[in-house]
Design a protein around this ligand. Structure first.
Ligand code: AMP
Ligand code: GLY
Length: 427
């Protein structure tokens, strides 16, 4: 079959790598892709925002399945428009993508279907929001309702910080995303991500992961899209996974179906493992980036039938095999990230990194010039992924890969996986 994958990040290189390994896949196109995805299929220039152009391409190339990587096109309704044109799409409808597109939507769903999450209030004006914060006290969490590229959450330790965040959001600091603000109880615990494949009715547990959002070693500095990740998350025991499926994932699917907006695709639950059990922080409606880069190398089964089963509503008869090994990815970012990354700097040594034992390199913001050289072309630029029997070993292997890369214009964290390594040493 012919498959079109939409997106251009490290997540999409990992997906392209997994999909292109399927005996079911004849031709794989990636729009727009990156130099890494070009090794797995054919990159195509398509305006993703023009859903009709995407549908026309699918008809021309006889595409049997479209896989949507990022949330932007899903929230914009690409799955609905392609489905209306008779094209099979892996990913949720616009209505179901509201689970990521609107934090208030998700909080209301949790309230309606008794899904454990932080206590909250939602506000459309600063005065009411400030009165709520004054009554609740600090610390407290202030969130813009809409998509804000990871910048929409302020963890306010004091009332002043909370009020400043409220003024910034209602003052237009985050554009339309801040027209509504959600204020939440600050939950305490260890964070984990959990992924489930959904077909509208059934959910199949995939795997867990943990990421590092802060730019600096020791989890310091500003938030980023993610500087590294590993899977599985040691905190997620089998029993906890079952609890998350029973108390969070399945009630969400049932609630979405009951409302007439069934959820299909990957449900990515951001969880806080609190003393009272797992609670939902937020949902994303797609694979995480860089979490996908550590899930794909652990997936032993063919991914394509699983994606098709999600589209066709037959996940209840499905199972997937996973490696017990740990996969760990270190993100190499361009200097300046997450502010203004320096682009156009030359990267060497990717092949040397891949020549290391059990190491894969997934591209994100790279481009290839006319001479074939690889240049930085974004904030997060490469993922160096290693698999091993323990987190400590995966970490050591990943950094051996990183050290083979010659890129003076880039940097990475040197401590990805530190909590899990510490846990291993102490056990
Ligand atoms: P979000 O974009 O909602 O995932 O939030 C980004 C990060 O902020 C999360 O990964 C958590 O580290 C933190 N966070 C968000 N909401 C809460 C909360 N209610 N309590 C504690 N931490 C939170
Ligand atoms: N790494 C977090 C995300 O993909 O949203």
């Amino acid at each position: 079959m012919n498959i079109l994958l939409i997106g251009s990040g490290g997540r999409e290189h990992a997906l392209a790598w997994a999909i292109s390994g399927s005996p079911l896949c004849d031709r794989l196109f990636i729009a727009p892709g990156n130099p890494g995805t070009a090794q797995c299929g054919e990159n195509v220039v398509l305006d993703i925002a023009d859903h009709k152009a995407v549908a026309d391409f699918c008809k021309l190339q006889r595409i049997d399945l479209v896989v949507v990587g990022p949330e932007g096109p899903l929230v914009a309704g690409i799955a609905d428009d392609l489905a209306a044109a008779g094209i099979k799409v892996f990913g949720p409808s616009k209505a179901a993508a509201q689970l990521e597109g609107s934090k208030a939507f998700t909080k209301e769903l949790c309230a309606e279907f008794a899904i454990p999450t932080a206590g909250f209030g939602r506000f459309r004006d600063a005065a009411a929001a400030k009165a709520y914060v004054a009554a609740q006290g600090a610390p407290i969490v202030i969130k813009a309702d809409g998509l804000a590229a990871g910048k929409g959450v302020v963890m306010a330790e004091t009332l002043e910080e909370a009020n400043e965040a409220i003024e910034m959001m209602f003052g237009g600091g985050l554009g339309a995303a801040g027209a509504e603000v959600v204020i939440e109880e600050w939950m305490i615990g260890e964070e984990a991500s959990f992924f489930a494949l959904c077909d509208g009715t059934h959910a199949l547990a995939l795997a867990s992961a943990q990421d590092h959002k802060r730019v600096g070693d020791g989890d310091t500095g500003p938030n980023t899209g993610g500087m590294g990740a590993y899977s599985p998350a040691p905190v997620m025991t089998k029993a906890l996974e079952e609890q998350v499926m029973a108390e969070i994932v399945r009630p969400t699917l049932a609630g979405m179906a009951k409302r007439g907006t069934p959820f299909k695709g990957v449900l990515f639950a951001g969880l806080m493992i609190t003393a009272q059990g797992p609670k939902l922080i937020e949902y994303n409606v797609r694979f995480g980036d860089p979490e996908c880069e550590v899930l794909m190398p652990r997936l032993k089964s063919d991914i394509v039938p699983a994606l098709l089963a999600s589209c066709d509503g037959v996940l209840d008869t499905f199972d997937l095999r996973w490696s017990d090994e740990t996969a760990l990815t270190v993100v190499l970012a361009a200097k300046g990230y997450p502010g203004k990354p320096e682009t156009g700097t030359v990267i060497k040594g990717i092949e040397q990194a891949e020549a290391q034992d059990d190491v894969l390199v997934f591209h994100a913001g790279t481009k290839q010039d006319a001479t074939g050289a690889i240049l930085s072309h974004g904030g997060r630029v490469l993922n160096v992924v290693a698999t091993a029997k323990s987190v400590s070993e995966a970490q050591a292997k990943a950094y051996r890969g990183v050290d083979a890369i010659d890129w003076p214009g880039g940097f990475c964290r040197r401590d990805i996986g530190w909590q899990a390594v510490k846990r291993e040493r102490e056990s």
